[in-house]
Design a protein around this ligand. Structure first.
Ligand SMILES: Cc1ncc(COP(=O)(O)OP(=O)(O)O)c(N)n1
Ligand SMILES: Cc1nc(C(=O)O)sc1CCOP(=O)(O)O
Length: 530
């Protein structure tokens, strides 16, 4: 008999769950299995929902012969008897299948037992029962199986992973994972405690593929690159960047301003009806090119050509367009800047914001204390309309840092003093003028300028890796966008032809237009506080 694989040695990276009914016409199951192994599948689960016992046995044995050639463990879905009969390496059990302890008592010592989980309580029970790994799903929507519980979303998986801290129980996510969202799945699910998935489980992306070897290879290379990244940095998003100083930040921002002027990146903006014209003018003034498009039909094409996407929730008229735009931006690895305007004002807005953040990964989220408080479910700061109530956060630096870790992106907390964090560093910015509060849409203008700077930051990346969803210095992009507006506001307010809000707004656009790297370096008040 061939050697069984021991629990500790399992590599869960690319976990194939079989599904013969999904094979394209003319494709042979065993050939597909072998090609998937050649492409990098590291664990196989035989899932036969319609086969009788004799057929299940035959398929399991034939699959095992191939898996053993590649030294890849084979697990059996639900059926302990089949696992025993073929001396499989283990089983995968659902919530309504045999309890782990009973399965453990029947199976040989060292068998691998995995359990499906879709709540934190399931995870806790699986840990207590001595499961070796959990399959958390469904992370996305899937057509492969009729789901009986709600889709968890990447942020939900992250919350569940926290419950595995310190347990040694391994975890894969399942449900709707494809090569197109694998990187987003891996990055987006990391918990605030830095707990990452051990692997991803797929059915259709491999079983339904015309080229299973290529499909498995693509998933496998994404996972490998991700693992090499997360091994270096367990938690935050851009911790790979060098030590920041006020001077180094000002230099990065200034160089991004130069890049904007020379490259003139196209910035796709889905924004609200109040500020569309003003935000487009701010984009042009900085030297970039705006496209204010909202139709779902153009989202895919736009994601190819634009340098960044701004999603401003000021007027939520087309949620589908926002979902689609973000999906394609993630796919094409373009930064998404999310401005959850008024998210605390209504339940509808909170629901939409959560839906968007579950569907795609933002590179930067910008909001005032009320908005970010609502997003973080904070008890400390509440929102009223688009404004905050009360004094703000007692410790804004730690708030932005924690939210950055939770959302896995750069967070900008706007106010009289602005705070920016990538989950590792926290930067305090002290520029701005009170006239900004007397014109409409100055906050939205910050979102726009952040998108422009992030487009420049992403455009400087020469070699793209799979280590991050969006390569490029998003922290500097975020800071650059804030400083552009706040420094320009000070310059505008100081002009002799500015007498109040009416003359301030055109002067602000002028000063954005006239902003130079030197002015940023001279005027920016940047403090690295952590
Ligand atoms: C890795 C992995 N995770 C979850 C499942 C789902 O298993 P289960 O809940 O038993 O549902 P069915 O697969 O029986 O439909 C899985 N199979 N693998
Ligand atoms: C078998 C299975 N279990 C799920 C769960 O949520 O527990 S989702 C799922 C099907 C996953 O198929 P695909 O990769 O084609 O989306």
């Amino acid at each position: 008999m061939a050697e069984r694989i021991t629990v500790g040695s399992i590599d869960y990276s690319l976990y194939l769950v079989t599904g013969r009914d999904l094979l394209p016409v003319g494709k042979d199951y065993l050939e597909t299995l072998e090609q998937s192994l050649q492409g990098g599948v590291t664990v196989v689960q035989i899932r036969e929902k319609n086969a009788d016992t004799a057929e299940f046995l035959k398929i399991a044995l034939e699959s095992q012969t191939i898996c053993r050639r590649y030294k890849v463990p084979i697990l059996i879905n639900d059926r302990i008897d089949i696992a025993l009969a073929i001396h499989a390496d283990g089983v995968h059990l659902g919530q309504t299948d045999m309890p782990v302890s009973m399965a453990r008592s029947l199976l040989p010592k060292g068998s691998i037992i995995g359990v499906s989980c879709n709540t934190k309580e399931h995870i806790q029970t699986a840990v207590e029962d001595g499961a070796d790994y959990v399959g958390i799903g469904a992370v996305w929507g899937t057509l492969t199986k009729a789901l009986t519980s709600p889709i968890i979303g990447v942020r939900g998986v992250g919350e569940m992973l926290k419950s595995l801290d310190g347990t040694g129980v391994r975890a894969v996510a399942i449900g709707g994972i494809k090569s197109t969202n694998a990187l987003r799945t891996l990055h987006g699910t990391i918990s605030t405690t830095g707990h990452a998935l051990d692997g991803i489980a797929v059915v259709s992306d491999i079983m339904n593929s015309a080229d299973p070897l290529a499909s498995a290879r693509s998933l496998s290379s994404t996972i490998r690159a991700f693992k090499s990244y997360s091994a270096q940095v367990p938690s935050a998003s851009s911790v790979l960047s060098p030590e920041h100083t006020a001077e180094s930040i000002k230099t990065s921002v200034s160089s991004l301003l130069g890049i904007i002027k020379s490259l003139k990146p196209l910035v796709h903006q889905i924004t609200n009806t109040v500020v569309t014209n003003q935000s487009a003018n701010a984009t042009l003034a900085l030297g970039a090119s705006p496209i204010m498009a909202t139709a779902s039909a153009e989202m895919e094409d736009l994601s190819r050509v634009s340098g960044a996407l701004l999603v401003n929730m000021g007027t939520v008229t087309d949620k589908e367009g926002m979902l689609l735009a973000g999906h394609h931006a993630n796919l094409h690895r373009k930064p998404i800047i999310f401005d959850p305007v008024g998210v605390g004002a209504t339940t509808f807005r909170r629901t939409v914001a959560n839906e968007l953040l579950n569907a795609w990964q933002a590179s930067v989220i910008k909001g005032n204390a009320g908005e970010l408080g609502a997003l973080a479910n904070s008890e400390e700061v509440k929102a009223r309309g688009v404004d905050s109530v009360g004094k703000g956060f007692a410790d804004p630096a730690s708030f932005v840092k924690q939210l950055a870790l939770k959302e896995r992106c750069v967070i900008i907390l706007t106010g009289i003093t602005d705070y920016v964090s990538d989950g590792s560093t926290v930067i305090k910015l002290d520029n701005g003028h009170e006239l900004l509060a007397h014109i409409t849409g100055s906050g939205c203008m910050v979102g726009t300028c952040v998108a422009v700077f992030c487009a420049a930051a992403a455009s400087t990346v020469e070699v793209r890796t799979d280590k991050k969803l969006v390569d490029g210095d998003m922290l500097s992009g975020a800071i650059g966008g804030v400083l552009a507006v706040t420094v320009a506001s000070e310059l505008a307010a100081a002009r002799p032809d500015v007498f109040g809000p009416g003359t301030f707004l055109p002067a602000l656009i002028d000063e954005l237009y006239n902003l130079t790297p030197d002015k940023v370096i001279e005027q920016a008040k940047v403090e690295v506080i952590e």
